[in-house]
Design a protein around this ligand. Structure first.
Ligand SMILES: Cc1ncc(COP(=O)(O)O)c(C=O)c1O
Length: 456
């Protein structure tokens, strides 16, 4: 028998996630807004966790899912193929670089990243390069919470407890040029950071290095970090020089959010393997994918198959949602909208720097944008960690009806950054609403924490 949800914020929930924090019950969601049971409206300023890229309750997606549900909701991949999975694979392969003709479906970002690592390793084995197993990543970075993905993640609060349980992989510094105090040009800085990868490969022994994985536009750990243009091409060259596979983790940056289908497209880079998730089915169903160049997949299939897979792979309902989401993005010009609205939103966030001296940096591409708070813009010293500004500003905005997403840039321990990544359907009016809310929330934060230039 169905039991009524006896929702009382003062009592512990029967669920648990990271903490005991309680949140209001979600009632409904439409477009860029969500409403709780008390009727309070929230603007989804970070698309959940950079997921709801086309907004909520999209009629085309709901109808596609309804039609699919009437046909089938599950068919195990070893027993049946299904139309939505076939169509979606063809569609996203068309949107990805030439030669990436095949898709491996999973249910989320961590699964997609695990799949990339395992495909790379199996490819090495089947091509007589069994000595290659090390995957170099960047620090900070976020690639997922399963132990394989965590082994290549640089975010100490998440990784430290599990260090004895995993094969920790080597890393190079993420190109956080905005923290550098030197006289290099932007282009030279990009090369300098890329060359750190070359040095690392040489230090480890190129014959042991399997792959390099990076988020082309950073996500939760760096807050929308964009490297200098020179970095991307140089990294590609270095990987080619040593036969190291280049994996682009586009779980957050992919599916149109930065204004192109892949963030890689901004720099004309062709990665060897690509991870997608989040915006792929945009929150309508759990879905992720791995794409790889044919020259990586074929030898693995020829040698007896990829020894990896998840029960829900290619789920017809999730793929029907993903297909409708992709059609909506293409037919409604949402990538173009992400590019133009992203430019406007970034300008407005930069405008807030004039009012709040404790905003140290605004960065990102398209609608993958973030700002970071600092104690001093001159030194880029972070705010004292004990102030917990990263949590407090989120609460102040939430109280005022805006949802944003925060993390800590410096090893996950200090350096408060905030991702402002609304759905790609955002309009000028919504942006004005976001900025007005942020202005009021930043003012309240400044006063509460006595931040420089906050007034009283
Ligand atoms: C770049 C990146 N990779 C992987 C993941 C893991 O995705 P999931 O939480 O769906 O497992 C995330 C999630 O935030 C991400 O941003």
């Amino acid at each position: 028998m169905k039991r009524p949800v006896n929702w009382n914020a003062a009592e512990p929930s029967r669920l648990f996630y990271q903490t005991r924090q309680r949140r209001p019950l979600l009632d409904r969601a439409e477009g860029v807004y969500l409403w709780d049971r008390n009727g309070k409206r929230y603007l989804d300023g970070c698309s959940g966790a950079m997921v709801s890229n086309i907004g909520h309750s999209n009629p085309r997606v709901l109808e596609a899912m309804r039609l699919q549900m009437q046909r089938s909701t599950f068919g195990y991949r070893l027993h049946f193929e299904n139309e939505p999975a076939e169509h979606l694979a063809a569609q996203i392969a068309d949107l990805c670089p030439e030669g990436h003709d095949r898709v491996f479906f999973v249910s989320g970002g961590s699964e997609a990243v695990e799949s990339c690592l395992k495909l790379a390793r199996q490819h090495a084995i089947t091509t007589g390069q069994g000595s290659r197993w090390r995957v170099i990543s960047r620090n900070p970075s976020y690639h997922g919470c399963t132990l394989g993905a965590l082994a290549i993640t640089g975010y100490r609060p998440l990784t430290d407890p599990f260090l004895p349980m995993m094969q920790r992989m080597p890393s190079v510094p993420a190109p956080r040029c905005y923290l550098d105090h030197d006289s290099l040009s932007d282009a030279d800085r990009g090369i300098r950071y890329a060359d750190m990868l070359r040095d690392k490969i040489l230090e480890l022994g190129p014959e042991t290095v399997l792959a390099f994985i990076m988020e082309p536009v950073g996500g939760a750990s760096t807050g929308a970090l964009v490297a200098p243009d020179s970095y991307y091409q140089r990294v590609r060259e270095i990987c080619d020089e040593f036969g190291v596979l280049l994996i682009y983790d586009e779980v957050m940056s992919g599916a149109g959010r930065t204004g192109r289908y892949l963030a890689a497209d901004h720099w004309g880079i062709k990665p060897d393997i690509i991870a997608l998730a989040k915006g792929l089915a945009a929150g309508y169903a759990p879905l992720g994918a791995m794409l790889a160049d044919n020259r990586i997949i074929e030898p693995v299939l020829d040698a007896g198959g990829f020894q990896h897979g998840f029960t829900y792979a290619g789920n017809p309902l999730a793929c029907a949602a993903g297909l409708a989401v992709t059609q909506e993005i293409l037919e409604c010009g949402l990538m173009e909208q992400a590019a133009s609205m992203g430019k406007l939103l970034k300008n407005e966030l930069e405008g807030l720097m004039g009012e709040f001296p404790f905003i140290g940096d605004v960065r990102g591409k398209g609608l993958l944008l973030a700002f970071e708070l600092v104690a001093s813009r001159e030194t880029m010293e972070p705010l004292p960690a004990s102030l917990n500004a990263y949590a407090r500003l989120v609460e102040l905005a939430y109280e005022r009806g805006l949802i944003i997403y925060s993390r800590r840039t410096r090893d996950g321990i200090e350096g408060d950054h905030f991702l402002v990544c609304p759905p790609m359907i955002i309009t000028r009016e919504h942006i004005a609403e976001i900025i007005e809310n942020l202005r009021r929330s930043l003012k309240a934060l400044g006063q509460e924490l006595h931040l420089p230039g906050a007034g009283s």
